[in-house]
Ligand binder design. Structure first.
Ligand SMILES: *Cc1c(COP(=O)(O)O)cnc(C)c1O
Length: 452
């Protein structure tokens, strides 16, 4: 998609719309000299050079990539108007778009009923889900796995709810026996499950956890902030469909379109299966809701002002790359294939070791060192990351994950446990271009690891 062409069209359409309202003069206080604009834009570009090339397949580090041009064009088109999706008075058109994209997300997860909205992030979306969890079970706590996102424990503190960490199994998934033990005393009201942990991309056994939670009368919240869109691939290319199908039964679900939905920050989403939870958001706002009797998003969201542009960006993206197996799913499938193939290459490599086989698109690995010890692995991982990043001619950008001694020993008992943890290398292959760029990426990382 040609961004320049799209942006020209956006600006022309915007001009047509504004012209319909008649001439007016922009106030002189807002005027800035043209040559100063040019200079400052160049200065900004210079400042922005201090960034990693998230767009390029040689960046194989964190969960970062630029938005799709469709999202940029959609965002700009609405931002020029700057609607506020708090109230229908603030942005009727983008509020409708928000309703449509949220319905698309609900359908993607198999929800037959839903209440939901976009948020500024996965963290806020999860906060809302845990807030509703607390309102429904005010005297009971929240359990989440040891590998769940760190913000669950933090938000439990914010909400004044007791948070309990549940052990994970040898692949980073919530351990069922540990969960059963945690639920036994009746103090847990909600369990947070994760489809795609942030560190390893592990998928909790959602279907089994659901059954267990139903036995104990406990709610289930699905944190699919990172992994949610992989549900489009469930049952294909060896991705076990059972946990994904079970999301339809979870009481709430969070997904971040600003991770795998090709959106700019900040675009998260929270959906509840029971629309009646909207009652927990009731408030009186004497200055906002006037032009419509319809539900305003501000009446079902903890945040007040929210960008209508975020809804427009996601709406336009879904028009062009719908949340289907062949639409957006094809983007995720390429990254996942790259991750699985890289894992095979690493498994055969003399110079690299696989930390854990990927389930989604996150690969974890470390340089082969001899004798193998946590301290040697930690130092070698750090060195490969640093040397890769600072190489002038052929840089590669990786990230690291800290694995504790117990997690390491479960996967690699032969490694000498001479310290409490070790960093391993971690690559999120969320760009489809990673698939075509995999061989040079592997060769580069292998070379760095070999230079011990
Ligand atoms: C990224 C992430 C979050 C936090 O979302 P933000 O959008 O970064 O606030 C929560 N849970 C999981 C599993 C995540 O990957």
């Amino acid at each position: 998609m040609d961004l320049r062409r799209a942006l020209d069209q956006v600006l022309a359409n915007h001009r047509k719309w504004t012209e319909g309202f008649g001439e007016y003069a922009v106030h002189e206080s807002l005027a800035v000299p043209a040559e100063q604009v040019e200079e400052s834009l160049d200065e900004l570009a210079e400042r922005l050079r201090d960034n990693y090339p998230f767009f390029h397949p040689r960046y194989a580090g964190q969960m970062l990539k630029p938005p799709h041009p469709a999202a940029v064009a959609g965002y700009l088109a609405a931002m020029l108007i700057n609607p506020n999706n708090h109230a229908l008075d603030g942005g009727p058109a983008t509020a409708k778009m928000e309703r449509e994209v949220v319905a698309d997300l609900a359908a993607m997860f198999g929800y037959d009923t839903h209440l939901g909205h976009l948020t500024s992030s996965g963290t806020i979306a999860n906060l809302e889900a845990l807030y509703v969890a607390r309102e429904l079970h005010p005297d009971r706590g929240v359990a989440y796995s040891a590998d769940s996102h760190y913000t669950h424990a933090r938000m439990c503190r914010v909400l004044g709810v007791a948070g309990t960490s549940v052990a994970v199994d040898g692949a980073g998934r919530m351990d069922l026996d540990a969960l059963r033990e945690t639920l036994a005393d009746g103090r847990i009201g909600t369990v947070v499950v994760t489809a795609g942990t942030t560190g390893l991309g592990a998928v909790d056994p959602v279907h089994e956890i659901l059954a267990l939670c139903r036995e104990y009368g406990v709610r289930v919240h699905m944190d699919a902030a990172y992994g949610g869109f992989f549900t489009l691939l469930a049952g294909t290319e060896g991705l076990d469909p059972a946990p994904w199908a079970a999301i339809a039964e979870c009481d709430s679900v969070v997904v971040d379109p600003h991770k795998h939905g090709l959106q700019p920050y900040g675009c998260g989403a929270v959906l509840f299966r029971d629309p009646a939870v909207g009652r927990f958001y009731v408030h009186d706002s004497p200055y906002t809701y006037f032009t419509s009797e319809d539900l305003h998003f501000g009446e079902i969201s903890l945040e007040c002002s929210r960008p209508g542009a975020a809804a427009a960006a996601l709406w336009l993206t879904f028009r062009l790359l719908p949340p289907t197996r062949d639409g957006l799913g094809a983007v995720l499938a390429a990254g996942r294939r790259a991750a699985l193939r890289w894992a095979d290459l690493i498994a055969e490599s003399e110079h690299l070791r696989l930390y854990q086989r990927p389930e989604l698109d996150i690969v974890t690995y470390y340089p082969a060192v001899s004798p193998a010890s946590l301290s040697a692995i930690d130092a070698a991982s750090e060195r490969v990351m640093r040397e890769g990043m600072t190489d002038r001619h052929n840089p590669v950008y990786l990230s690291v994950l800290r694995a504790d001694v117990r997690s390491f020993a479960r996967r690699h008992p032969e490694v000498l446990a001479d310290r409490a943890d070790a960093r391993v290398l971690r690559s999120v292959l969320m760009k489809p271009e990673s698939e075509t760029h995999l061989d040079p990426l592997h060769a580069r990382v292998e070379r760095l690891a070999a230079d011990n």
